[in-house]
Design a protein around this ligand. Sequence first.
Ligand code: DGL
Length: 268
Amino acid sequence: MIGVFDSGIGGLTVVKQILKELPEYRLMYLGDTARMPYGNRSQDLIYRFTRQAVEYLFQAGCKLVIIACNTASAEALRKIQQEWLPKNYPDHRVLGVIRPIAQEVGKLPGLSRVGIIATSSTVKSGAYDRELKQINPEIKVFSQAAPLLVPLIEEGWQNRPETAKILRGYLRGLKNRKIQTLILGCTHYPILSKRIKNICGKKIIVLDTPKIVALSLKDYLSRHPEIETKLAKDDCHRFLVTDLTSQFKTNAENWLGQKINLEKIDLN
Ligand code: DGL
């Protein structure tokens, strides 16, 4: 089974693309809705929460876990991969979203000015800057924390004029810096991608981050038969959350584009 982890249900934007690109694999989604948002928490806490969630998914039978959450990928992935995994689950794998997105930027020709919007923790971590500079040291990275967007999207305010105004404010500085491409560095932001594209105009490429992550997973599985052959292949997907409200259910079904059964679990 493939596990997909996010701090909340925004990661369903990634699941939607995985189901499209890799329909044969069984998925288990885990959204830590009881403890979200992660985006303004300390690195230590984000690491502890993420490790706990990954362990839960391993115990439930996942051989491979995708950390769809940018904040958790930025603040916890490296430590999990380098310290915790080799000691505790050496035959399991954990992948994040920042490297594949940065690699995609590296493939775009003539691109030197990259903008990122993300949570405060992701921006502060410098994880995107590091990955992008490693791929191409010439790239100039401009980051903007956009902490108000997650609560607005969670509230279902994506089409409200207030949201458009806040979004324009966040993007103004990046547009002034003449960015050529924009990374939506948070699982929720693709829900605003139409609006973001309108504000950015035709000259800025707004990356389809969930699609990049899904295609990179496809590529990974084709190169790692030792993992691929261990994955269950059917459509008995499960969607787990650590807190369940009617708003979570409504958002989850809207963002995934299908009816689902959300199951409440306890990570402690
Ligand atoms: N899922 C998080 C991310 O992709 C955003 C929500 C949060 O702050 O927990 O960064």
